[in-house]
Design a protein around this ligand. Sequence first.
Ligand SMILES: *Cc1c(COP(=O)(O)O)cnc(C)c1O
Length: 424
Amino acid sequence: MAHTDALSTDYVRELDRRDPLAGFRGRFVFADPDLIYMDGNSLGRLPKATAPHLDDVVQRQWGERLIHGWNEGWMALAGRVGGKIARLIGAQADEVLISDATSVNLFKLATAALQARPDRHKIVTDDLNFPSDLYVLQGVCERAGRPCELVVLPSPDGVHGPVDALAGAIDDDTALVALTHTVFKSAYRYDMDAITRLAHDAGALMLWDLSHAAGSVPVDLNGANADLAVGCTYKYLNGGPGSPAFLFVKEALQETLQNPIRGWMGQRDLFDFGLTYEPAPGLQHFLTGTPPVLSIAAIEPGVDLLLEAGMDRLRAKSVQQTEYLIHLWERLLEPVGFTLNSPRDAERRGSHVSVGHPDGWRIAQALINDMRVLPDFRKPDNIRIGVAPIYTSFEDVWQTMTRLHRIVDEGLHQRYDAGFGTAT
Ligand SMILES: *Cc1c(COP(=O)(O)O)cnc(C)c1O
């Protein structure tokens, strides 16, 4: 293969033939075989096993078993599926639960963290964080019941995390360091061990948002001794639109931290219907209301596929694919004015790659409408290309990059309006 040009179809088809995970592609629904889907980092594809599984949950478990369902698996479901996700993120089974949306879980855990450090007045984060996370942290700070400052450190270049500034800002007045592990725009990936150590050396708690990390990069929460984590399940975990999120609290903190949104699902002996709140043991008290059984059930088939493929093999393929993508950027896109808006170093990069162009919005429109490639777009000029190694082929990557080149080379984007439309 060494003598075959990396731009040739022979080369890319050989890469797909040699891919040990190639068989997993056939276990997802490809309703339109001509559509190249590069947005699995925003909404993962539908696993073929999901519809029959949901059919069983609806027809048999709900339709036939009615209220018995709660004792026949529904009550345990949030913890059972959480326990599977735990294996993807280096946690113990009883440290992860499915509940609510990521933003709500972040509110719960950040509030609990502030309460556990009552003499401290700072939350430290960065400006690469997901905006919803910043909104939540602003609210958490405002209602801390004491002066609280949210320190948002600026990235040096909009791509890489402000690692040096973090080291300077995390001090003995810091209650919590809250960061997104793999950032949504550039895919910059923090060194979880090193940053968690910084937080702990200052006596602060460390919270990681794993929304763009779970199922895309190896994560070892226990290995890093991380305290808290949240993440969504509809991106690389393929849990479906709006599928509920997960939360992680390390075992040693589960009894100390308090859930600020108390509810009966977190109550000890809930069916005693006692009138005074008493938190359930373990992580259970971080639940609030009745779990969304159908939505949690939809998460399981996608997680099972990732566990079967194995995070190590998925990561190896993802690195190979994003490296190949960047090689094609260098050969085809850099010469026509595209910048690389993701880290060059694979070690510091997640599983999507952002490329920028002054005409990025119009190029994205041409890519979607004329070229049948679906990426996503983040203002001002970022075309985000998501590689989901469980079903993305090398040919998908090659097609995306050669079609992007063709658009600019032939000026196909020029017939689109320069103004921003609705994001896809
Ligand atoms: C996608 C994403 C979320 C999603 O939050 P929800 O509240 O579940 O909608 C949160 N944080 C990050 C970093 C994300 O990428």
